[in-house]
Design a protein around this ligand. Structure first.
Ligand code: SAM
Length: 473
């Protein structure tokens, strides 16, 4: 039934090498000269190797740590500016045949309310997300070839893209977070015009991986770990990686995730477009006391800063698993994309009652989207609902080239302002609208290219006067 092809060793995640790297970094983490040499290298904004990045992560020299955080902020500012991209998850089914011990969707969890949305319900969920102001979603499912086959996922993608509200198109970009699958299925996803294919490794430590995934198709470490290879072979050129911090030693997973990225870049010339840094959270029938590797806030924030330095051109995503306070610090250190107004239940956006007890995990930041926009604007970030790059095919290698030459700034800030304008006009509260309009005025003046500035002003006017929407560079 399940196409599990590979039991072969995953040679790009080398357990011995990771342990040697951790050993070396532990011994040298406070070698002032070495840390400063790595920082000098990092200032070139060309990234670091997994081993250099781990040294920075483990370093506990006070002065050097200050430099690490300062550099992370500097890189964030230089490459991403003040833009923060927003999205929300859309759970369509929580049927699952896997045994993931940290997840309430696990087959054995009898009190989880199992739900699979009908296409009508998916349409209603899409409309609710649109009415909040969202344009980009992450489609989420459990793994179950019978209750949630690929055909259902594909049909759901069509439904979401085709959903209109008062004649207007709604969601413009669907990122897809479904279980590891075959090249053939990845090709089908590609044909549906998905945005990013997202798959968290959970943990790269094989022993722990097998402990936390005792049965089901996901229990095959090799098959899961080689999923991105299959996705890229199938032609998907926009991928997102991540680990679930709390399952294994964070040093191990931090190093291995960078090794994974190095492998993908070497073989396919495409690294992850984004990485996620989820931490394990309370959930139905899940006892967090059973997880020995849960990380504290200080370690978590250092991880964010070190990823920012190690992979400067890879976006960092932080979800509503984290509190407002942690998100605020992390935004400054390197996060470029956040979710907002999120529910992790199946169908909860349009029918809370029916969705009871179907959540994947508890969120910590429960603020509605408008409150999140208001908060971002007050912090002088530019909330962005932009989906232009993927629709203009600025993805994969092409995107990397553009972003490495910093050209992305020419598109991203104006596009962020145009989508913010749409949000303010259609969905914002009065207060958010006011702060947002002021920010747009300020930001327009900062656009250096006169032609782009002129066109941005023209497009903003067209949006304001209701002539056009969905305009982008
Ligand atoms: N079922 C697919 C898979 O196996 O990859 C899709 C992913 S699932 C819908 C989304 C992610 O939620 C998982 O990859 C996992 O990392 C995360 N997750 C599961 N349980 C969690 C928990 N208790 N706390 C935080 N995140 C959790």
């Amino acid at each position: 039934m399940y196409d599990i092809k590979s039991k072969a060793e995953v040679d790009f995640i080398n357990d011995t090498k990771i342990k040697e790297t951790i050993d070396y970094a532990t011994k040298n983490k406070n070698n002032k000269e070495l840390i400063n040499k790595i920082l000098k290298e990092a200032e070139k904004i060309k990234g670091l190797t997994h081993s250099q990045a781990l040294l920075l992560l483990l370093c506990d020299l006070e002065e050097e740590n200050k430099k690490i955080f300062e550099l992370a902020k500097k890189i964030k500012n230089l490459i991403y500016g003040k833009r923060i991209v927003l999205f929300a998850p859309l759970y369509i089914s929580n049927y699952c045949v896997n045994g993931c011990t940290y997840c309430p969707y696990c087959y054995l969890k009898k009190t989880t309310n199992r739900r699979k949305l009908t296409q009508e319900e998916i349409e209603k969920e899409t409309i609710e997300l649109f009415k909040m102001g969202h344009k980009r979603i992450a489609l989420e499912t459990g793994e179950d070839n019978i209750n949630c086959p690929i055909e259902y996922v594909l049909e759901s993608i069509d439904t979401i893209y085709n959903t209109k509200y008062k004649e207007k198109p709604t969601i413009r970009r669907i990122n897809v977070n479904i279980a590891a699958t075959t090249v053939e299925n990845y090709k089908k996803l590609k044909e549906k015009n998905i945005g990013t294919y997202v798959l968290f490794q959970e943990t790269y430590n094989k022993k722990n991986y097998e402990k936390f995934h005792p049965f089901g198709p996901k229990s095959d470490y090799s098959y899961h770990t080689t999923a991105m290879d299959r996705a890229l072979k199938a032609g998907i050129d926009d991928i997102s990686c991540g680990v679930l911090f709390g399952l294994s030693d964070y040093k191990y997973d931090f190093t291995a995730l960078l090794m994974h990225k190095e492998h993908l870049e070497k073989v396919y010339n495409i690294g992850p477009h984004t990485i996620s840094v989820p931490r394990i959270k309370p959930a139905n029938e899940i006892d967090l006391n059973k997880f020995e590797n849960i990380i504290d806030d200080k370690t978590f924030l250092k991880i964010v800063a070190c990823f920012r330095i190690a992979v400067p051109y890879t976006g960092i995503i932080i979800s509503t698993r984290e509190t407002k306070e942690i998100r605020e610090i992390a935004l400054n250190l390197g996060v470029s994309q956040i979710s907002g107004g999120s529910l992790t239940s199946v169908g909860g956006y349009h029918n809370a009652k029916k969705a009871e007890n179907s959540k994947q995990f508890e969120t910590s930041d429960k603020r509605p989207l408008d409150e999140i926009l208001n908060w971002l604007l007050k912090l002088e970030y530019i909330p962005s609902f932009c989906t232009a790059c993927y629709r203009e095919k600025r993805v994969g290698e092409k995107f990397m080239k553009l972003s490495k030459s910093m050209q992305i700034k020419n598109f991203c800030t104006p596009n962020a302002l145009l989508t913010l304008k749409e949000y303010l006009k259609n969905f914002a509260s009065e207060e958010t609208k006011q702060i947002g309009e002021n920010l747009i005025k300020k930001e327009i003046n900062k656009i250096e290219n006169e032609e782009i500035k002129k066109n941005t002003i023209k497009f903003l006017k067209e949006i304001e006067e209701n002539e056009k929407e969905d305009i982008f560079f």
